[in-house]
Design a binder for this molecule. Structure first.
Ligand code: 5AD
Ligand code: SF4
Length: 466
């Protein structure tokens, strides 16, 4: 150990000792809202002298930012905590400290229970209280096992640091911006209203300021996030009530901001202004993630979705009439309690009717505390698996068909990162597919004109055109 250290200092020209620099490793599970939160937590900790690392072995603080949406997601956290416990023990033998924290929706849902099941955990913090992280960490270091899951009265966004320019630059040319959090819809399968709480919309001025900062830091594409993003509302500078559509028109005015996206939307909150934004704003990408979950009216009712399959299809038709380029993406659950073969066939039929460019699909997972868990008619796992397989085959076929229709199209491509081959760069199409292009004279952050030449199973290929 000693020899290795002196060798290193001999070969390093200038070594400035920074004994106070500690490192934090954040592992993010689940949705994009967690990705956003992980970045804000890292920013908050950097004020306390923590540097982010992606090397677990060198971390003094490990945070698991968790997801509770399905049972599997939650269970993954406990197996990871088992591995971390062994690592912490080994460290302690060397006299080195390792603080372990659980954040996110598992923290919110299970709170103290985590301390019982995973004795190596030092702190548990729910998603509404991240601004208290530095303080919680000080207490944990003092030997306390901290649980912070009370919904804070303060607004988390007011207390969390805004993205820093230097960090934004390092994070790339696309960014997430959470505008809304929580959900009041209470779909009967879903834990979100319990873990993320009721709907909160961030004020217009705060969102615009954050977007401007991101653009100032080199960001060219922003994805607005919310569990129910199109339920976002706020008072605009003109004193009137704004919806997400109005917000998008305002953000589209920011110079240098080339692209806007938003996710996830609920069919009941797609108002006219938002639909019109898809017609009027060139910066708003023609892609809409609009989960329907099921194509059976009986199941939609049991899920408390509060719309029918026909209403959903009519909505899609209305939006496509205004913006024919729009690609639709969705979420599906198979095997919700009471789902019959006929209900499942109704879902398959809806998928055929809509035609999805992309979709996410899941087997129903019982979430304790949700109304679905108490319902009769739980579906056999084997039946769920069989239905999921058929559904995914259809969705995958549609995804490939959609990709094939892209061949020959000319599009603007925002270059995001290096590709696998030398000289190759990767961006995303307006419809969110990764696109590989040989672009030796271009740089990350450039928007170049390309022609799609080929479609692989999960990405497109393109050539740059003048
Ligand atoms: N079981 C399976 N899938 C679920 N989702 C939410 N809750 C459950 C559950 N209990 C899916 C929905 C939602 C997506 C984020 O996760 O499809 O849209
Ligand atoms: Fe969950 Fe439904 Fe709210 Fe989406 S709309 S977060 S599925 S309760």
């Amino acid at each position: 150990m000693e020899a290795a250290m002196s060798e290193q200092s001999l070969s390093t020209p200038v070594v400035i000792a920074t004994p106070n620099t500690r490192k934090v490793f954040v592992k993010t599970y689940g949705c994009q809202m967690n990705v956003y939160d992980s970045e804000r937590m890292t920013d908050a900790l950097s004020k306390d002298g923590y540097q982010a690392t992606d090397v677990l072995e060198e971390a003094d603080l490990v945070l698991l930012n968790t997801c509770h949406i399905r049972e599997k997601a939650a269970e993954k956290v406990y197996s990871e905590l088992g591995r971390l416990r062994d690592m912490k023990k080994a460290r302690a033998k060397d006299g080195r400290e390792m603080v372990i924290g659980v954040t996110g929706c598992v923290a919110q849902a299970e709170g103290k229970e985590i301390l019982r099941r995973a004795p190596a955990v030092d702190l548990v913090i729910g998603p509404q209280t991240y601004h208290r992280l530095p303080d919680a960490l000080r207490r944990a270091k003092g030997g306390e096992r901290v649980v912070e899951t009370d919904y804070a009265l303060e607004d988390k966004f007011e207390h969390l640091p805004a993205p820093e320019k230097a960090k934004t630059r390092a994070r790339g040319v696309t960014a997430f911006l959470t505008v809304q959090e929580g959900c009041d819809k209470f779909c009967t399968f879903c834990v979100v209203p319990y873990t993320r709480g009721s709907e909160v919309s961030r004020p217009v001025s705060q969102i615009v300021a954050e977007a401007e900062r991101l653009v100032d830091g080199g960001v060219r594409e922003i994805t607005l996030l919310g569990q129910n993003v199109n339920a976002w509302h706020g008072i605009g500078p003109d004193g009137t009530e704004w919806g997400l559509g109005d917000l998008l028109y305002r953000l589209a005015e920011i110079e240098g901001l080339a692209r806007l996206r938003y996710t996830t939307s609920h069919p009941r909150d797609m108002d006219d202004r938002l639909v019109e934004a898809h017609r009027d704003l060139p910066a708003l990408m023609p892609y809409l993630h609009l989960p329907v979950q099921s194509g059976s009216d009986r199941i939609l009712k049991a899920m408390n979705r509060r719309h029918t399959a026909a209403e959903y299809i009519a909505l899609i038709e209305r939006i496509r009439a205004i913006q024919p380029e729009l690609a639709i993406s969705g979420d599906f659950i198979v095997g919700f309690p009471g789902e019959t073969d006929q209900d499942f066939e109704d879902t398959m039929r809806l998928i055929e009717t809509v035609g999805y460019a992309q979709a996410f699909s899941f087997k129903y997972s019982i979430r304790p505390g949700t109304p679905g868990a108490e319902m009769d008619g739980h579906v056999d796992e084997a039946v769920k698996s069989e239905r999921l397989e058929r559904l995914q085959a259809l969705l995958f076929r549609q995804q490939r068909e959609f990709a094939r229709t892209c061949i020959g199209k000319e599009i603007d491509l925002l270059l995001e990162k290096p590709g696998r081959m030398p000289g190759q760069l990767v961006g995303r199409s307006p419809w969110l597919q990764p696109v590989n292009v040989d672009a030796k004279t271009s740089e990350i952050g450039d928007i170049i004109r390309v022609r799609i030449t080929d479609a692989g199973p999960n990405s497109l290929f393109a050539e740059a055109i003048r």
